[in-house]
Design a protein around this ligand. Structure first.
Ligand SMILES: [Fe+2]
Length: 237
């Protein structure tokens, strides 16, 4: 691990978006990841309260240079969720003109949900990387929860969005979900990462905020299903 990494896990409703009961209930994590020497950072899934997120970065003397999107659900990128309007990347763009990094499979959907234009986006595919100072963030396409879900691997840490949770995984019964793809993403990609990779999920759904791939391979049923058939029957298919 590098000692130059800046890595903050922020919980909506507790660390920012204070006094917002919906944010508290949804329990989204936002991540600020950057290089302590160049003082540049990216914001992963900046939603709910963009002003507070910018204030927190400024307090740490970090300059946001991009937004990374794990997937296009409004609780991660902003937009309307059951009629409730959530702040997100579009509001961030009004304050700081950074690029929004999205998987190519859901770039068009992200534009619909957030109102962003093509110029605002950088479309990514699996294996792409983004350098921030001395850091390298690798994009891993993990479809299943949504078609363009992606995880970010940086300095032996995996920011997993709604693909892999601690003791669980993202839903596969939503529009755009695909349980077959999810099985491949979980067992074919994430379970093959080294055991000592730390896991940082998109929601605070467990009794602890982080885990490791090794721990999850032992205790998370989503990584322990031996065949696709068994997985599909578990998922009610
Ligand atoms: Fe989601």
């Amino acid at each position: 691990m590098t000692d130059r990494i800046y890595f903050r896990q922020l919980l909506a409703g507790r660390d920012f978006a204070l006094a917002n009961p919906v944010a508290e209930q949804m329990a989204n994590f936002v991540y600020l990841i950057g290089d302590l020497q160049t003082r540049e950072c990216v914001m992963v899934d900046p939603a709910w309260d963009v002003s507070s997120l910018l204030d927190l970065a400024a307090l740490d003397q970090m300059k946001p240079i991009g937004a990374l999107v794990t997937h296009y659900h409004p609780d991660h990128v902003g937009g309307s969720l059951f009629g409730y309007n959530i702040a997100g990347v579009a509001n961030l763009m009004e304050r700081v003109p950074v690029k929004v990094h999205v998987n190519k499979e859901e770039a068009d959907g992200l534009k619909v949900i957030t109102g962003l234009s093509e110029n605002d986006l950088v479309r990514h595919e699996s294996g792409d990387s983004l350098e921030i100072g001395s850091l390298k963030i690798t994009f891993i396409h993990t479809p299943g929860h949504t078609p363009g879900s992606q995880c970010f691997l940086v300095d032996q840490r995996l920011v997993s969005g709604d693909t892999l949770f601690i003791n669980g995984c993202g839903r596969v019964d939503l529009p755009g979900s695909d349980p077959v793809q999810m099985y491949e993403s979980l067992t074919g990609k994430l379970a093959k990462l080294p055991d000592d990779v730390a896991l940082y999920p998109g929601h605070n759904y467990a009794d602890r905020p982080a885990s490791t791939i090794g721990q999850e391979k032992q205790s998370n049923y989503c990584l322990r299903v031996p065949t696709l058939d068994k997985w599909l029957s578990l998922m009610g298919r």
